[in-house]
Design a protein around this ligand. Structure first.
Ligand code: UDX
Ligand code: UDX
Length: 444
């Protein structure tokens, strides 16, 4: 099929490259000419495993990029909206989605053929048949369900494994306003294995499935962190041991033949310094905001955000057990990306921590194996190290924020350097016995 994708960020570009790989003809559209040029030169504008190979195989053949939205829409049967949906003032900001929908509407005004518009961006339930449908109809003078199809097909891509997640999906959620839209979506995903569940539903349910999927992950993280805090306060109990015990319940670990298989969800049932990224914080915020607009107080999800917002304080508390003042104390922050295997720093838990450390007057060095943000307000005055060794040399405190595998070599490295800083493990990945001074979230 001929597909156009508006917005070539983490989601739009991975979607476009993967659809090209399975045989569709894809045109990626972005307002940013730098990204367009890079895609056309088969260069990945983001760090995502497998993406460079996909671009090399498909750019200039089945995949191209342009800034010309109207031409791309005119030339394709199905158009995805994959622009960003940031949170602003405690609610979702739909201005990019609405602008893209209006521009698609203008593009289909004089188009003879039938087009199907599909929302890929994460949008609060009701947006596709509300804001999006209205914007397209107003700009095109055409009617959804008569002159054009309208659908909502959320992504379930985890950064770092997005290409594999797209290629081997656990489910396909296909929201459509009518049978014709469903036919188009079915055809688009025809090449995917028959065993992949297709959830065919209306757009609003599709939107809610996406939010509920992310909200439950965020809830589990905050649940674990609340239990971890209580463990630390009670004493004599380590949240890691507690969670390992929880994981062995038949709900989380199943017996399969002679083996015991632990469900991946258990990684969310671990103590840590909090969740970040472009999805969980903003999606939970958006749901709470939508609740408020509907006269509902979503108390559980508000608590999820509050607990997460306080996790940096827990890291500060652990440092406070050893240092009365952090003034001029050299501190190394390990990890700037919001999680390992990505260069994405959006809503990274490193930033609220760095802000607190700055307020306390610490001397800061930060290091990340991949994320090298050239400018970020929170990094002003922070020295960016080029290697783990450079970051920790001379540090009195080392804070592990992102679970990069490289950081597991910290004990050996400190041994080589002959230094014994306080190590505060925000991800509980290090062996406490390997350090002379060690603190970890949720530790006895
Ligand atoms: C996506 C989804 O769209 C978002 O709803 C979801 O919750 C997370 O993932 P993401 O791909 O991460 O967002 O966003 P981003 O990397 O910011 O990319 C958006 C792209 O759209 C950018 O390249 C931007 O230049 C482009 N854009 C934005 C347009 O082309 N037109 C616009 O009007 C606005
Ligand atoms: C998430 C969902 O996992 C994915 O299904 C959805 O499509 C988009 O949102 P992503 O944000 O890329 O994906 O990463 P994820 O691995 O979920 O991590 C999000 C944040 O939670 C990170 O800051 C991570 O460090 C944190 N996290 C994750 C934990 O604190 N504990 C965990 O067990 C897992």
């Amino acid at each position: 099929m001929k597909v156009s994708i508006i917005g070539t960020g983490y989601v739009g570009l991975v979607t476009g490259a993967c659809l090209a790989e399975v045989g569709h003809e894809v045109i990626c559209v972005d307002v940013d000419p730098r990204k367009v040029d890079m895609i056309n030169s088969a260069e990945a504008p983001i760090h995502e495993r497998g993406l460079p190979e996909l671009l090399k195989r498909n750019s200039g053949r089945r995949l191209s990029a342009t800034t010309n939205l109207a031409a791309a829409v005119a030339d394709t049967e199905i158009t995805f909206i994959a622009v960003g949906t940031p949170a602003a003032n405690g609610k979702i900001d739909l201005k990019y989605v609405e602008a893209a929908a209006a521009e698609i509407g203008r593009a289909i005004r004089d188009k003879a053929g039938y087009t199907t518009v599909v929302v890929k961006s994460t949008v609060v339930p009701g947006t596709t048949i509300g804001v999006v449908q209205r914007a397209i109809e107003r700009a095109s003078g055409k009617k959804a369900g008569v002159d054009f199809g309208l659908g909502m097909n959320p992504e379930f891509l985890t950064e770092g494994t997005a290409v594999a997640d797209f290629t081997f999906p656990d489910r396909l959620v296909l929201g459509g306003i009518d049978a014709r839209t469903h036919d188009v979506l079915r055809e688009l995903y025809q090449s995917f294995d028959d065993s992949v569940p297709r959830i065919e539903t209306n757009p609003t349910t599709a939107e809610m499935i996406k939010y509920a999927s992310n909200a439950v992950l965020a809830t589990m993280i905050s649940f674990s962190n609340e239990i971890a805090r209580l463990c630390s306060a009670v004493g004599g109990v380590d949240a890691i041991d507690v969670m390992r015990g929880v994981h062995q319940a038949g709900y989380f670990t199943i017996r399969h033949g002679g083996e015991r298989l632990t469900a991946p969800i258990c990684s969310f049932l671990e103590p840590g310094c909090g969740f970040g990224g472009s999805c969980l914080p903003k999606d939970v915020t958006a749901l709470v905001g939508q609740g408020r607009e509907n006269g509902l107080s979503l108390d559980l999800l508000q608590s999820v955000l509050r607990i997460n917002g306080a996790q940096p304080d827990e890291m500060m508390r652990l440092m406070g057990l050893h240092y009365q003042s952090l003034r001029d104390v050299p501190v190394a922050v390990l990890g700037i990306a919001f999680k390992p295997d990505t260069d994405d720093i959006r809503e990274s838990p490193a930033f609220p921590l760095i802000r607190r450390l700055k307020e306390q007057g610490a001397t800061l060095t930060a290091y990340d194996p991949i994320a090298r943000p050239s400018e970020h307000p929170d990094l002003a005055g922070v020295r960016l190290a080029d290697s783990l060794r450079e970051a920790v040399a001379g540090a009195k405190i080392v804070l592990l924020v992102t679970r990069w595998s490289e950081f597991s070599a910290l004990d050996g490295l400190l041994g080589e350097l002959g230094t014994q800083p306080l190590v505060v493990d925000g991800r509980r990945v290090l062996n406490p016995g390997s350090f002379s001074q060690y603190e970890g979230i949720g530790r006895a």
